[in-house]
Ligand binder design. Structure first.
Ligand code: FDA
Length: 318
């Protein structure tokens, strides 16, 4: 096993301990660490970050954190909150754009419930000229997420989906969804997946990412490349130039708090950059995924505990 895999396994194992979650969620010291990757507890905090980012020429998609909702009432509330985010973005003069997870909107409770919920969200988004991106979760949800998306896609233009380059199935999914003119965000994938369905070696995932990215650049409908990988981003820019694909035919997407230098450099070169801005109280699983994908983030926690880091990424924008 590589050191990277071992690190990831340890982080996931430690983070899944209820006592660690309790400590992390309630610890005042951890607030600063959370602020590095999460805009804040409230929509108001996310809007403050959106204002900073728009001021720097970036677009945003807001994500009210939450997943695996266990009641219909909670799923309804999640839709209400996503609608509030769309309305507030529009009211502030920004593009109304949110990212949601289907399990947050009731996928575990049945496809009928989740489809109705997404429809309500899409109808309101459409009236605001807004857009809803469906995030991709672990592989036990991939097929159902694509089905729900495909059923809605024929009635709604303003919905997009995410596909993960680490899964073997994704090449076929890309082809099928491109045929439906789907708007696809391509990412590498953030969940722990079994070896028979996913690439084991990072370099194989990266290679697959590049292959799918080239396909999407040539055939996709305003594809979004969600990565902080500078080599892959360089490749995208070169490939687009070579094939006369204009910068306004695709965009890059990055996470709040990750590689701000790269975000700004792409904007300065005239590329579209959208920042994924997570907010809300349900940040624990999201933070765990961010820590697991990069050992330097564990060092960040240590440095924060030693008082060497500023408390929030938003502070860096001021
Ligand atoms: P990679 O992991 O190779 O990292 C490349 C470089 O980026 C690193 O060397 C480092 O500089 C920087 N970096 C990456 N991650 C970092 C981190 N956590 N902290 C600090 N620096 C970091 N996944 C998923 O399964 N479903 C989804 O719906 C989404 N949605 C999504 C939206 C957006 C806008 C982004 C950017 C990402 C996602 N992801 C996702 C997460 C994605 O799958 C992946 O886990 C991360 O983006 C990390 O992979 P990279 O492509 O950045 O490359």
């Amino acid at each position: 096993m590589t050191a990277g895999k071992l690190y990831r396994r340890i982080v996931v194992a430690v983070a899944s301990q209820p006592s660690v979650e309790r400590f992390t969620v309630h610890s005042a010291a951890m607030r600063g660490v959370v602020g590095r990757f999460v805009a804040g507890d409230s929509l108001a905090a996310a809007l403050t970050v959106a204002r900073f980012l728009h001021g720097r020429g970036m677009r945003v998609t807001l994500d009210n954190l939450g997943e695996n909702t266990t009641s219909a009432a909670a799923a309804t509330l999640a839709v209400d909150e996503a609608i509030a985010a769309l309305e507030q973005l529009r009211q502030h003069g920004y593009e109304a754009n949110v990212s949601v997870k289907l399990t947050q909107l009731g996928l575990d409770l049945g496809e009928h419930i989740v489809t109705e919920n997404v429809q309500r969200l899409l109808a309101r988004a459409r009236s605001l000229d807004g857009f809803v991106r469906i995030d991709m979760e672990g592989s036990s949800y991939t097929g159902r997420t694509i089905e729900v998306f495909s059923d809605l896609r024929s009635a709604y233009e303003n919905v997009g989906i995410v596909l993960q380059a680490y899964l073997y199935r994704t090449a076929a999914d890309v082809e099928q969804l491109v045929a439906q003119q789907a708007r696809i965000r391509l990412c590498k994938g953030a969940y722990k997946e079994a070896p028979h369905i996913s690439f084991r070696r990072k370099r194989d995932t990266d290679r697959n990412y590049v292959r799918l990215m080239e396909y999407l650049l040539r055939k996709g409908n305003f594809p979004a490349f969600a990565t902080h990988d500078a080599a892959i981003i360089d490749h995208a820019c070169g490939f687009a130039k070579e094939h006369d694909i204009r910068p306004d035919q695709f965009e890059f997407q990055m996470l709040y708090g990750v590689r701000r230098d790269l975000q700004e450099s792409l904007v300065s070169k005239g590329y579209g950059v959208r920042i994924y801005v997570p907010y809300g109280k349900e940040w624990y699983p999201y933070l765990t995924r961010r820590l697991a994908e990069r050992p330097a983030n564990a060092l960040f926690i240590v440095r924060h505990a030693l008082g060497e880091e500023r408390t929030s990424e938003a502070a860096r924008y001021t």
